[in-house]
Design a protein around this ligand. Structure first.
Ligand code: FAD
Length: 466
């Protein structure tokens, strides 16, 4: 469903007569919305999730579903030594110190609480093994056994349902009703036949993600990604930010985003960066490497887009193919015909369409104990037969959004928080600083799961004290 009119603010003293009321309304049933709903239901608070699709899937279901968390029960049981401070430092270092520290701290602690609680409710978390993403010092990516965001969403939806959460699908929230003091009264939502229905609520959580699917907003705010493929969910249409602009709310880091330099083209699938961290490389159509790939996959999107034809070739060998095949996204890309194999450098060069001597000299640099001119150190060389996959740079999701405090309450430009409006996940300001290179792998779900949990806890506190 698409907005018939741009999302709007309705100023009123009260909602229309006979408008039904719920204590808490959540806009968006992705991982953020469902995590918040679960946390609220465990304290017995009634909540209604309004979701534009038939059921919530969002970008979360398209993701790998890897959630970074420290000091979890699972990590401890596996003997993994991690700490909140270590994860906070990793997030801050990747963001060049520009991430809002109050949010980083709050998300880190809340995500651990959420994962431990969700595990008790039956989510079979595992820790991703075999490699570390750039910037992470220990193994802390919590995943479903299938390593997909889709299975994470299925399980969150099951728990939410078991706890009695009401989710109304095909309900596209298009109106935010507020009184003269910016107190939220409720929402209006569009049904498939175009009619608008209303709902009043005491608290509202915006969990409807960012603006990656809104071409005009991407052009305006992320011009460098204007022509990139958007790999996220079309529902990331910038609704929360459009309301924020109309209400004069504070925004943060609107130029920040998660890109990915390894989007398999033309098949359209994610090839995990694990192959880089374990020794693979990217070469352009000239057979040359163009940056230190171990810096991170997010900034790699721009590096790849800047190459001839906006493409690169991921080059790897047999041990890496084995690792890659443990990822469902890779298996999908392989089944779709993306994987190519070359018996020697000459056939690899023919595949890439480059000069053999150039490619040979590129691969000569990839050897144990060597550090190249771009600063990348290698621990092994690549052995024939070689494997290659053509990729481009993609936009995965936006990291800027509504400025929030450590409870996820949205803030006005003057720094005052709104009493009953919360934002979390991709709708709120993220923890990646500015641009693309501050994104630490997992910051998306750290904010969605941690933020949803935090907002719910704060809302629950109001019901308990009143
Ligand atoms: C290919 C890919 C791989 C990724 N892998 C990872 C990863 O492994 N780890 C990680 O941390 N991050 C990853 N990310 C980023 C991650 O997916 C997002 O940061 C995260 O899913 C955001 O969660 P959310 O709940 O805020 O948004 P979403 O999951 O997008 O949910 C938002 C929901 O709101 C609904 N909605 C939107 N507008 C409205 C409206 N007006 N009314 C009603 N409903 C509305 C949408 O339909 C949607 O269901 C990946 C992203 C992509 C694209």
């Amino acid at each position: 469903m698409k907005h018939q009119q741009p999302p709007r603010i309705v100023r009123a003293d009260k909602m229309p007569v006979n408008t039904p009321e719920v204590p808490v309304c959540i806009v968006g049933g992705g991982s953020c919305g469902l995590t918040a709903a679960i946390a609220l239901r465990t304290t017995g608070i009634d909540v209604l999730v309004l979701e534009r699709d038939e059921s919530g899937t969002g970008s979360t279901a398209l993701s790998s579903g890897f959630i970074p968390a420290a000091e979890t029960r699972l990590q401890k049981s596996l003997g993994i030594h991690d700490s909140f401070q270590l994860l906070i430092d990793d997030v801050m270092n990747k963001a060049h110190g520009q991430a809002p520290l109050h949010l980083v701290k709050a998300y880190v602690e809340a995500t651990t609480e959420a994962i431990d609680a969700l595990e008790k409710m039956g989510l079979p978390f595992e820790i991703v093994d075999g490699f570390l993403y750039p910037g992470h010092t220990v193994r802390r990516m919590h995943t479903m056994p299938e390593k997909t965001g889709a299975t994470l969403m299925t399980r969150l939806a099951q728990v939410a349902n078991d706890l009695g959460t009401d989710v109304l699908g095909q309900a596209l929230v298009c109106e935010l009703w507020v009184d003269a003091q910016d107190h939220v009264l409720g929402v209006g939502y569009q049904r498939p036949d175009g009619t608008i229905e209303h709902l009043s609520c005491q608290y509202l959580l915006l969990a409807c993600n960012g603006f990656g699917g809104n071409t005009d907003m991407v052009k305006e705010l992320l011009p460098e990604m204007a022509n990139a493929v958007f790999a996220g969910h079309q529902g990331n249409d910038g609704t929360a930010i459009q309301w924020g602009r109309q209400l004069g709310l504070q925004m943060g880091d609107l130029d920040a985003y998660q890109g990915h330099g390894s989007w398999v083209t033309p098949q359209g699938a994610l090839m995990t960066w694990a192959f880089i961290m374990e020794g693979g490389v990217q070469v352009n159509a000239l057979g040359k490497r163009f940056n230190d790939e171990t810096g991170g996959y997010s900034e790699a999107a721009m590096h790849v887009l800047n190459q001839p034809g906006s493409i690169a070739w991921n080059v790897f060998d047999a041990p890496l193919l084995k690792l890659l095949r443990s990822f469902p996204d890779f298996r999908d890309a392989e089944s779709a015909g993306a994987l190519r194999t070359a018996s020697d450098v000459a056939s690899l060069a023919a595949m890439v369409g480059c000069d053999v001597a150039t490619l040979q000299s590129t691969l000569n640099e990839v050897r144990e104990g060597h550090t190249d001119a771009m600063g990348r150190s290698f621990t092994r060389s690549l052995q024939a037969p070689y494997h290659a996959i053509k990729v481009t740079g993609a936009l995965f999701h936006t990291q800027g959004g509504l400025e929030v405090d450590a409870q996820c309450r949205v803030m006005k430009i003057n720094g005052q928080t709104l009493h009953n409006l919360y934002a979390a996940g991709g709708a709120a300001r993220g923890v990646s600083g500015r641009g693309a290179d501050g994104y630490l792998a997992g910051n998306g779900l750290l904010s969605a799961v941690g933020g949803g949990w935090l907002a719910a806890k704060d809302i629950a506190r109001h019901f308990q004290t009143h």
